[in-house]
Write a protein that binds this ligand. Structure first.
Ligand code: NAG
Ligand code: NAG
Ligand code: NAG
Ligand code: NAG
Ligand code: NAG
Ligand code: NAG
Ligand code: NAG
Ligand code: NAG
Ligand code: NAG
Ligand code: NAG
Ligand code: NAG
Ligand code: NAG
Length: 646
């Protein structure tokens, strides 16, 4: 645990930013206060949903019913009587479908994929309404993000799930450098005696434009806004993995940089919502209130009754912790791409061989692409300097006081740890944030997965591995999940885009297994524009590029085919109809016959496989995930802002 324990309290200097100086809004800065005797500081996961979540569901359900009424009316499944169904739901809460959306990691590409996915099902977007998909987002109960997908979730959540076009036109996805003053709250946090980590810096930069020039409200604070109290928006989750300290079970490290356990099916996936932080399985198996994150606890109670922390959970810090992959990048660069979780080859030349001719007018230009190596040499020193010249080993995570210290329901190793080192959940070997959504206590009926991870084939598209990893972990942890095809079947059946194929088609799995959620897996693919945008620098993506990416996602999701749109609507009600013992409309039966994987593995060889050594050797550090972070912080890397020192 040495590397974590050796972190110094960072003091960046006191006078440069007098408290409250010129800040237009008061950003959240952590502070100590008196502990309340009425709070449960830690609770075991075995208790099920938190009372707050259960209570919130009571206000969300009627909103879901009225949204479904509009959505199903629009979709117009032949032979399906919407009003009778809706009255049944109104009279019987347990029949109401629980719908979730998961947005993968994959840098800026995935952020756009996530908001594009949300918009493709948004009743406020006329093109989605025209495609007959608009309205499912309004009927969605839970949304979750991983890494780049977290930026989508956070941009939506801190803006009350405003429509995506408003976010775009108001510049929420602006990639410009942020002004120095954005780091003022970080300074105040350090001055108040709290430890900083890389999550404070990158989170601030990542959220700055989406939060209209501040670092966002606290994540927990969102829950008291009207949108939540009246149940009109879904509950958001961000997921994270953790670096396990040296000497503890499952630890793995390179040059003192900590990684999650090296086993994709035995991960601890932490989730954070505005209500709680913790894990259902794995090391924590317990939850703590998000609003009190940072509070020193032992065995589930405050160490000191006058030292309860509030304000730690700024949306900036939460987002920064969920994208904390920078230490991993260092390892990738140090080892010439042979170690590190994201060390997967990507080749641009292969993408150029795609047969389908999407719109190339607004391709992300070469000059917009940022190199990972340049981040490490050009930008990281500036970040570390902001953090008091700490080393990446010391601060390269989302560091937070471990709320599960000495808590007997948690794994023994975690009980010993003073600090949690949270990292981008992509380091767990999964790229889709499915874990919170398939927990049996949430009773998921229809799970829509947007996968823009783009790291599984050397050509930059998916082959199903991330989803298969999640399924394998679900089996290992006894969490119900649909049976999945193998990678070969994914590729041969075009469930993802094989490099030589033209289109992927979203497919449904789990249809014939009523005990698991129905899964709609939508792998990113080029329909009307190349969506292979990922590593962007200061100047991008432009609004025109964003619009093309969003349009591509709508074309992918909707297939420009209203019969397919009806199939999605069928998916939204299947489990509910089954529970009610009601007949499945004939049209829906046709959909499921056509689009459900029927359990057969394909034989043969996918058209193009990643076997050529020439493809392997093409790997480079250019298009690695998330190096766009650099752009958001420091623009081109030439002007590294530093906090002033006394
Ligand atoms: C800061 O980190 C050090 C080293 O891990 C630790 O001893 C100290 O308690 C931390 N301070 C706070 C306020 O969390
Ligand atoms: C309410 O719905 C459940 C399925 O969710 C069903 O099992 C139950 O019979 C329904 N109750 C009534 C009174 O219809
Ligand atoms: C992005 O932010 C920069 C710097 O604040 C500003 O000059 C530019 O106009 C913004 N661009 C958009 C599209 O909002
Ligand atoms: C799973 O991970 C835990 C650490 O969280 C470790 O103690 C345990 O040995 C691992 N189990 C297997 C089967 O690898
Ligand atoms: C990985 O973890 C799973 C349990 O989740 C275990 O069954 C498996 O043996 C582990 N694999 C290795 C190589 O340790
Ligand atoms: C890095 O790996 C590439 C591809 O294997 C190789 O061509 C290159 O020589 C390596 N560079 C270094 C510095 O080891
Ligand atoms: C996206 O794909 C196109 C066509 O293959 C290629 O020309 C372009 O360079 C790619 N963009 C990026 C950012 O790799
Ligand atoms: C390509 O995108 C541009 C917008 O940047 C648009 O003006 C043009 O019509 C598109 N071309 C096609 C063939 O869709
Ligand atoms: C970090 O190191 C640089 C270069 O040695 C120095 O100028 C700067 O003052 C240091 N920053 C802090 C906070 O110690
Ligand atoms: C699928 O993706 C995984 C993860 O990147 C990779 O290891 C594997 O080689 C790929 N398999 C095929 C057949 O493309
Ligand atoms: C997959 O797509 C390719 C290229 O369009 C096509 O030749 C092939 O028949 C498709 N496979 C299946 C199972 O539909
Ligand atoms: C539209 O979707 C339906 C249902 O999946 C399918 O049967 C039909 O072939 C599709 N039409 C076209 C033109 O692709």
């Amino acid at each position: 645990m040495k590397s974590i324990l050796s972190i110094l309290t960072v003091v960046l200097g006191g006078s440069a930013f007098a408290a409250g100086a010129s800040a237009p809004l008061t950003p959240p800065v952590p502070a100590y206060g008196t502990c309340s005797s009425e709070v449960t500081y830690v609770r075991p996961a075995s208790e099920g949903l938190s009372p707050e979540e259960s209570h919130w569901l009571d206000s969300r359900r009627p909103q879901v019913v009225s949204a479904l009424k509009s959505y199903l009316t629009l979709a117009a499944i032949p032979g399906f009587d919407v009003s009778t169904y809706v009255s049944t739901l109104s009279a019987n809460g347990s029949a109401i479908p629980v719908i979730g959306q998961a947005y993968s990691g994959g840098g800026t590409r995935a952020t756009m994929g996530g908001v594009g996915f949300y918009q493709s099902f948004d009743s406020r977007y006329s093109k989605s309404v025209a495609a007959k998909t608009g309205g499912l987002s309004q009927a969605t109960t839970y949304v979750a993000g991983l890494s780049g997908g977290c930026e989508a979730i956070m941009a939506l959540a801190i803006n009350d799930f405003v429509d995506v076009q408003t976010l775009v036109t108001e510049g929420a996805f602006n990639n410009s450098a942020v002004p120095k003053s954005a780091y003022e709250p970080m300074q105040l946090k350090a001055n108040a005696g709290f430890n900083l980590s890389i999550a404070d810096v990158t989170g601030t930069a990542e959220i700055f434009y989406a939060a209209k020039g501040v670092i966002g409200p606290t994540f927990s604070g969102l829950f008291s806004s009207a949108a939540y109290t009246n149940g009109s928006v879904p509950l958001p989750f961000l997921i994270m993995a953790e670096g396990i300290p040296q000497g503890l079970p499952g630890s793995t490290s390179y040059d003192g940089i900590l990684f999650p356990i090296n086993n994709a099916t035995n991960q601890t996936i932490y989730e954070i919502s505005p209500i709680e932080f913790g894990s259902w399985q794995g090391r924590a198996q317990a939850f703590t209130p998000t609003s009190l994150l940072g509070t020193p606890l032992k065995a589930g109670v405050p160490v000191n009754q006058s030292k309860c922390v509030t304000g730690w959970d700024s949306s900036a810090w939460v987002l920064g912790a969920a994208v904390a992959a920078q230490a991993d990048w260092v390892v990738i660069v140090d080892t010439n791409n042979t170690r590190g979780i994201f060390s997967r080859a990507e080749s641009r030349r292969k993408r150029a061989e795609l047969a389908y001719p999407p719109n190339e007018t607004e391709l992300i230009a070469e000059s917009q692409v940022k190199e990972l190596g340049a981040f490490i040499t050009g930008v990281l020193p500036g970040i570390l300097s902001l953090l008091g010249n700490a080393t990446i080993q010391e601060v390269g995570y989302g560091l937070v006081t471990n709320p599960f210290l000495g808590y007997d329901k948690s794994e023994a190793g975690l009980q010993e740890q003073a600090t949690l080192a949270l990292v981008d959940a992509g380091e767990s070997g999964q790229e889709t944030p499915i874990w919170p959504l398939i927990q049996p206590v949430r009773k998921m009926d229809f799970l829509l997965v947007s996968d823009s991870s783009g790291v599984e084939l050397s050509s930059g598209w998916m082959n199903g591995t991330n989803l298969i990893n999640t399924a394998a972990m679900a089996i290992a942890k006894n969490v119900p999940f649909p049976k999945l095809p193998d990678v070969n079947t994914f590729l041969i059946n075009n469930y993802t885009l094989a490099p030589s194929a033209t289109l992927t088609f979203p497919d449904l799995t789990g249809c014939n297994e009523p005990e698991v959620p129905l899964l709609l897996y939508v792998a990113d693919a080029p329909y009307s524009a190349y969506s292979n945008a990922t590593t962007l620098v200061a100047t991008g993506p432009s609004e025109a590029q964003i619009q093309l990416l969003l349009q591509n996602t709508l074309d992918l999701v909707s297939q420009s085919n209203t019969t397919w749109a009806q199939c999605i609507a069928c998916g939204s009600i299947l489990r509910s109809l089954e529970r009610l013992g009601e007949a499945i409309p004939d049209q829906c039966k046709l959909c499921f016959e056509r689009h459900c994987w029927q359990g057969e593995m394909a034989t043969g060889t996918p058209a193009v496989r990643r076997t050529s050594s020439s493809i392997e050797s093409e790997h480079n550090l250019r298009r690695m995930e998330r190096d766009d972070v650099a752009a958001r912080i420091f623009g081109n890397g030439n002007s590294i802002p530093r906090l002033d020192h006394p």
